[in-house]
Design a protein around this ligand. Sequence first.
Ligand SMILES: [Zn+2]
Ligand SMILES: [Zn+2]
Length: 220
Amino acid sequence: MTVYTVKNVASSAFLVTDGKGAMIVDTGVAGRAPAMLRQIADAGLRPADVRLILLTHHHADHSGSALELREATGAPVAIHRDDADQLRRGGRVDLRPTSLVPRLMKVMLAKAEIPAIEPDIILGDEEDLTRHGGIGRSFVTPGHTPGSTCVLLPDNSILAGDALSGGMMRARIARKPMFATDPDAAARSMRVIAGHAPVTVYVGHGGHLTASSVGALQCP
Ligand SMILES: [Zn+2]
Ligand SMILES: [Zn+2]
């Protein structure tokens, strides 16, 4: 199994392959579909090998290129039920910063619009993603958004979206999400992620996080 990171300044998107098929986890901001399609080709795959596009949450820096990638691959778009309505509506959301740096970033991020997307698959709190053509399992980690969801891969690595953040300066040190609709829930979710003792945690901003910094979140 391989996890490819398709990175730009705004956020990371991921391509996961297991030799049989492939899954996209998050799609980046608008206009990032060509970069993901290049990565698919570089991995020796065709767009049609992608069987699932999972959005860890509805934010525009993760859902921005989902429509183009659904069109290009034919794969269904999945999101947790508690983030599905916002994805259907699209538009801007209110970001609630958890500290100073995100307060500054909000000025930049708040302009991005979520594309209105009708999801094909509504995820529950825990899902066997192989049932939907994907790889691994999903589990809900609310707090950053109500339906923020992580993917636990068979090698015990986790794709965490924005449920954890890597920070700007020390990108591999795990810290709390930059924004949270529910900070208490976000803190609980951080401990759930740490409780899996993941070998690697891939996040939307910064990363990948060191296992030891993630482990330290269990007893803050
Ligand atoms: Zn986010
Ligand atoms: Zn993000």
